[in-house]
Ligand binder design. Sequence first.
Ligand code: UDP
Length: 236
Amino acid sequence: MARFKRILLKLSGESLQGQQGHGIDPERLGDYARQVKEISEQGVQIGIVIGGGNIFRGLQGAGKGFDRVKGDQMGMLATVINSLALSSALTAIGCKNRVLTAIRMEPIGEFYTKWRAIESMEQGEVVIMSCGTGSPYFTTDTGSSLRGIEIEADVMLKGTRVDGVYTADPEKDPTATKFDEITYDEVLARNLKVMDLSAIVMCRDNGLPIYVFNMDQVGNLRRVINGEPIGTLVKA
Ligand code: UDP
């Protein structure tokens, strides 16, 4: 029995590069698509927000003299590229899906509205919401908290390459320990790098729980949906 009726799945663009170190790794893309299809077949309604960090981040550009707004627009377009790639991988394995864009660009995707997204999910389609929030100076973390709240998701599943929230970065500090549960306020007070602070605050103020887990291990998405305690729950 699936634990959630409707989820917002946040996928990082950076993870999509897999072993390649840049661009889109077809193997990682295929793993993601198969995991999504598996839970879609369990009847879970799925909205996805995917990042663009494997292609471009506005802040990186600003460091090299790019105009920040144009850099962020490039980043948002990167999320569209990743969304199309995921859509194509889902279609290839027979998983119905739809790409929505927060910036008008038909025929690449339909213009996002909350109601279009919900209608699609209720018809059994996986909905990929691209362009983040559609505005510069935000990230796809904030984009996913916004969309998760709008589509009335039960939870935001943040798929990362670590298996939860730690007292410190486990890749740098071997003494770091993992939380099974933590409150939004403790994440903020300890300045833990779970998501952008603005994304955490939005989730807190609107009661959207966040579940952080390792999406790069195949099968973990199903495990989370089935209630296995493999990650960290961030809640009030
Ligand atoms: N971006 C933006 N507004 C948004 C979402 C994203 O301007 O609402 C831009 C921003 O430049 C960001 C880039 O798109 O750096 C890629 O998104 P993000 O860094 O969140 O990707 P991830 O780290 O998840 O791969």
